[in-house]
Design a protein around this ligand. Sequence first.
Ligand SMILES: Nc1nc2c(ncn2[C@@H]2O[C@H](COP(=O)(O)OP(=O)(O)OP(=O)(O)O)[C@@H](O)[C@H]2O)c(=O)[nH]1
Length: 376
Amino acid sequence: MKDRRTFALGWGMALGFSLLSGICAMAIGLYVANARQHVGANYTALVADVVRAQQHPVLLRATLNAMQEHPHHLHAERLANLVWRIPQHIRGVSHGLSQSQLAPSDYRPALDTLARVETRLAELAALIDADIETDEDRQALQALGYELETELAWAYGELNDLIHVAAGEQRQIMERLSLAIGLLVLLALAVVAGLMLALIRLSRQRELVSRLSLVDDLTGLGNRRYLLETAERLYQQSLRNERPMSLALLDLDHFKHLNDTWGHPAGDRVLEAFAQALQEETRQADIVARIGGEEFCILMPDTPLEGAHDLAERVRHRIAELNEAALGIPASITVSLGLATGTGSAAGFDRLYSRADRALYRAKANGRNRTEVSKA
Ligand SMILES: Nc1nc2c(ncn2[C@@H]2O[C@H](COP(=O)(O)OP(=O)(O)OP(=O)(O)O)[C@@H](O)[C@H]2O)c(=O)[nH]1
């Protein structure tokens, strides 16, 4: 069940990451495609160039109108100045357009018109340079001037519209991109948060599983695995500190008979009462474990034989005194104990255990309800 949940969690996380990577890749692809078309162009500068250039047809018309109102006034200098400035701006705008990402087909008609104006400005310059003496001369100059003014105004108007539309699209795309990036960041945060939660759950589950694998279900004491995991470390520690360590193995007497007489559930209840009594009689530092059906042990770090023997006898008497209120059945129980103390020899915990086991065997053989001490 747990395996299936971990498997599903792993798949969920893999799917989440694939989804996130896919969305990121798509967003980046879209960004690159649009950036190439729009983001690279500096429309603000181009708009400024065109707006500046749009002043020229206005000035040209104003000068031509003034010529009409005051025919004898000399306007040649103003006209010459315009004829000199207009081509420069046309070249500037043409250059800006060629650098932009706008489709050339969109601005080609306007540029062609500007190129034509640029060529015909030479004619206007020639007319200005020639002395304007007759009305015909003046009319010819004005006709050409108005014609060029109209073409200039049309071309710049077209370009202005075109660039404004492109700038609007660029702004819209940038806004959408900002929104997409914001959403991506949120998504990434959600995935990271989900991942962290999953990891926390996973580590809690693992902790629980490892704790459960060391605990005896019925009594809540440590089990044989717990004893073996803890004992060797404690034993080596006591050796290093040159301190004695004692081990008592306990086995309830005639427990089969009790089970047979009162039933298995009553036997369980007795085991629970027995475990509770053991815990109450031992110190915090002692390791109490259920290592088999009705077999228990008390590992006593930093405890010499005399102290361990006192504890063993105290436990034995306490168990014999357990009454119906504690046991749940109108019976009494006894326990046999085998005791061994590690004296600082280099032998490991296994040796201490088998010595205690042999002592327990003797306790059973010598009539039960007694504590036997290992001599060697
Ligand atoms: N109720 C209950 N009984 C258990 C449990 N684990 C083991 N037993 C029983 O404990 C009994 C142990 O019997 P034996 O090994 O013959 O030992 P005994 O009857 O105590 O005899 P001695 O140890 O020689 O005094 C068996 O009947 C097992 O079924 C348990 O968790 N609950």
